[in-house]
Design a protein around this ligand. Structure first.
Ligand code: NAI
Length: 346
């Protein structure tokens, strides 16, 4: 993607010079922009030609990150905002708000172990989004598209939904849990095992974003490959444990940041394309859903001018995937309920 971003960045810069207004002005805010994910994500969003304004917010460190990123000769304007008193300015007028704020895992921790700290951070940031983000258009107040990266995503997305409901700004079409890294991993691992060109691989990943709730659907992977049942089981486990593989390799220095920034940039780019009316923008995401009996679920989602255009169904599952789906439901349900309960109690 980096290469295509760089290429399109050049062509877009010249296009802007000659025919202004070719694509709409778009403001992207990154909350947690000075962190391990936030910094490379800021870089990648600065390279995205669809972004005209980039607001980098964190509780510390954003002046440096913003000064650094702003020197890159792409079209967008970059502004750093630091501290709670500047959060409103960072958010105002945003079309997409990406949230990678919060603590990452250390070895031995599950994503749920992060709940106590990150739930509060997400709640306060979403309260501010509800206050500052509705872009009051001609008749309806439109919320920015929120891309939730902070873990545990299975709980932070329901927390955000409850905060927005309470503020009267909830639009289920505009809230996305970012599960793209699971897709990125599934594609990479599948391509390695199937010996196919990774650039051509597609694998839907459904369910949630933690351990066994991550369910890659390798039976639907393309290009098709003749993998054995054992190979599918191993690929599934590696995808589910991909985050832990990185946490252990980093040995106490955090979790995935670079691959996550890439995944976050891919997903935000899809949101911008959808907002701009590009046809057939489909990514997997953890959204409000009726695909199963659970109120939130990750599956393929078509993104359009108002956010979620359509939540796509699961398609045909193998017996192994059907079993995985039933196994993940109780854990995912509990994580969703934990988020909802937190939002109401705190
Ligand atoms: P990090 O600790 O390097 O950075 C987090 C940043 O958030 C810091 O700069 C910190 O100052 C900032 N922050 C803390 N409280 C804040 C607040 N109230 N407002 C704004 N910023 C605030 O952590 P890292 O590695 O960047 O991870 C961030 C989050 O992303 C973690 O929750 C992690 O678990 C999650 N993550 C999610 C993935 C996914 O697939 N969805 C994959 C990898 C990580």
């Amino acid at each position: 993607m980096l290469r295509s971003i760089l290429r399109s960045s050049t062509s877009n810069a010249s296009r802007r010079g000659f025919a202004s207004g070719a694509s709409p002005e778009r403001k992207v805010a990154i909350l947690g922009a000075a962190g391990g994910i936030g910094q490379p994500l800021s870089l990648l969003m600065k390279l995205n030609p669809l972004v005209t304004r980039l607001a980098l917010y964190d509780i510390a460190g954003t002046p440096g990150v913003a000064a650094d990123v702003s020197h890159i000769n792409t079209g967008s304007e970059v502004v750093g905002y630091m501290g709670d008193e500047n959060l409103g300015k960072a958010l105002e007028g945003s079309d997409v708000v990406i949230i990678p704020a919060g603590v990452p895992r250390k070895p031995g921790m599950t994503r749920d172990d992060l709940f106590n700290i990150n739930a509060g951070i997400v709640k306060s940031l979403c309260t501010a989004i509800a206050k500052y983000c509705p872009n009051v258009g001609t008749s309806v107040a439109q919320m920015a598209l929120v891309n939730m990266i902070s873990n545990p995503v299975n709980s932070t997305v329901p927390i955000a939904a409850e905060v927005f409901k309470k503020a009267g700004t909830y639009d289920e079409k505009r809230l996305f849990g970012v599960t793209t890294l699971d897709v990125v991993r599934a594609k990479t691992f599948y391509a390695g095992k199937a010996k196919v060109n990774v650039a051509e691989v597609n694998v839907p990943v459904v369910g949630g974003h933690a351990g066994i709730t991550i369910l890659p659907l390798f039976s639907q992977a393309t290009p098709k490959a003749n993998l054995s049942d054992d190979e599918i089981v191993a690929l599934t486990k590696r995808t589910q444990d991909g985050g832990t593989e990185v946490v252990e390799a980093k040995a106490g220095k955090g979790s995935a940041t670079l691959s996550m920034a890439y995944a976050g940039a891919v997903f935000a780019d899809a949101c911008l394309k959808g907002l701009n009316g590009a046809p057939d923008v489909v990514e997997c995401s953890f959204v409000q859903s009726t695909v199963t009996e659970l109120p939130f679920f990750a599956s393929k989602v078509r993104i359009g001018k108002n956010g979620v255009d359509e939540v796509l169904g699961l398609g045909a599952l193998s017996d192994f995937e059907k079993e995985g789906l039933e196994k993940l439901k109780p854990e995912l349900k509990a994580s969703i309920e934990k988020g909802i309960k937190f939002a109401h109690q705190n």
